[in-house]
Design a protein around this ligand. Structure first.
Ligand SMILES: Nc1ncnc2c1ncn2[C@@H]1O[C@H](COP(=O)(O)OP(=O)(O)OP(=O)(O)O)[C@@H](O)[C@H]1O
Ligand SMILES: [Mg+2]
Length: 391
């Protein structure tokens, strides 16, 4: 299978002099999202406490097919063996640690020059509305800390759930810091496995929530029928027409009508979800027509969610879906009142926004600052996000 590799960072990576490393706050951020495509790692520098970080270097490490299959089996099997879960937690810990060490090696940075790693971990289950709400990320931070020698901050979401929040989305905390403008009304649209939007408006309260699937269903379908990890630029989807009956069935999903705050993941939008909708529809469709309809599902649920927030001047896209030109074109057709560009116009390559967010968050946690997620996750108060595993 073709392996997706995001381009290197937008900003030219800077050479770190020993002096710089000593005097500046350097952090690593690591993200592996619902797409299970791989681990994004960034090296950032925070010049001022709580201030806008500078992206220094980046690295993308694909998750190997075996690990990806094991993770998918874990996510899809509610009655998982504890041993399987424990082993994958350890395995992902090794994988995250090696991604961190690879970036240190390529930038000739020593572990002792890094203040902390912010590692999101790999979500395997997200159930914020359960009778006992929980979210679970794996990739043992004890191991990351032990193998790298660097203080590791992980488990960013559970404190938010403990404070009555959804535990997601939390990257909007970082969007607020770097993308909020005192004149323009902006929506940051992250197109990962799941799509989430952040409203940043100088004159209105902020808001953020997951709109539903971005790439997760399209990735599953193209992998099943074409043995490719994703539909490059949405070319396969745009080769066929959307089937309106199927789209209607997809859109009957209750999640789309839930009020915010809300968040979702692979527990809902997965292979079984799609296969059962297709069985309900009982239509004789080509695989490409299904792909076209899945792209339309993503575009139409995002545009419906954004229309409720209008007027919006600009929509800034980030995440791997920013490379899906068919999806972006369709969004621009549906959302005529806003200009759609990517976060690159504000200096941050869309591939690295999420990992940079967790590097920055690690700095906040290490400095002992609470973060105010209330308008994004519905938490009742500001909270300390993440636990510290000393290096
Ligand atoms: N050139 C491209 N054309 C179409 N889709 C692409 C392209 N490049 C990447 N993608 C999509 O982006 C996905 C990866 O995006 P990303 O890494 O932001 O998602 P993620 O890891 O699930 O993150 P999140 O935490 O936001 O869910 C791929 O699985 C693929 O669907
Ligand atoms: Mg990813």
């Amino acid at each position: 299978m073709e392996i997706y590799r995001p381009p290197a960072c937008l900003l030219t990576p800077k050479k770190l002099s020993p002096d710089m490393a000593k005097s500046e706050n350097l952090f690593l951020g690591m993200m592996s999202g619902t797409s299970l495509d791989g681990i994004d790692t960034v090296l950032i520098r925070c010049l001022t406490a709580g201030g806008i970080p500078e992206l220094i270097a980046t690295n993308f490490q694909p998750i190997d097919d075996q690990t990806k299959n094991d993770l998918l089996n874990l996510c899809n099997a509610p009655e998982v063996k504890i041993q399987t879960l424990g082993q994958l937690d350890t395995r992902m810990g090794h994988i995250f640690a090696s991604a961190a060490l690879n970036l240190l090696q390529s930038t000739k940075t020593k572990p002792q020059e890094i203040s902390a790693i912010g590692c999101h971990g790999q979500t395997i289950y997200h159930a914020p509305n359960d009778s006992y709400p929980f979210t679970m990320q794996i990739g043992d931070p004890n191991l990351i800390s032990e193998l790298t020698g660097i203080t590791t901050i992980a488990d960013f979401r559970r404190r938010d759930i403990a404070a009555g929040g959804q535990g997601a989305p939390i990257a909007p905390l970082f969007h607020r810091l770097i993308f909020k403008d005192d004149k323009q009304s902006r929506v940051i649209l992250n197109l990962g496995g799941i799509a989430n939007i952040t409203l940043l408006d100088p004159n209105r309260p902020e808001a953020a929530f997951d709109t539903g699937p971005a790439n997760i269903l399209m990735d599953y379908w193209v992998s099943k029928h074409k043995n490719k990890p994703y539909d490059h630029s949405g070319e396969w989807a745009s080769s066929e027409s959307v089937n309106k009956s199927l789209l209607k069935i997809f859109r009957e999903e209750n999640y789309f009508n839930l009020p915010q705050p809300k968040s979702t993941g692979r527990e809902l939008f997965n292979a079984s979800w799609l296969e059962s909708k297709l069985a309900d529809a009982a239509l004789d469709l080509s695989p490409s027509a299904v792909q076209a309809t899945l792209l339309e599902l993503t575009a139409s649920t995002i545009s419906d969610a954004i229309k409720l927030l209008e007027p919006v001047d600009e929509i800034l896209v980030c995440g791997g879906g920013a490379h899906n030109s068919s999806l972006l074109n369709r969004l621009q057709t549906l959302l005529t009142k806003s200009k759609i560009t990517s976060t690159a116009v504000l200096g941050l390559n869309p591939d690295w926004v999420e990992a940079t967010a967790f590097a920055w968050m690690a700095g906040e946690t290490l400095a002992g600052r609470k973060l105010d997620t209330r308008s994004f996750t519905g938490a009742e108060r500001s909270v300390y996000l993440g636990a510290i595993y000393q290096g």
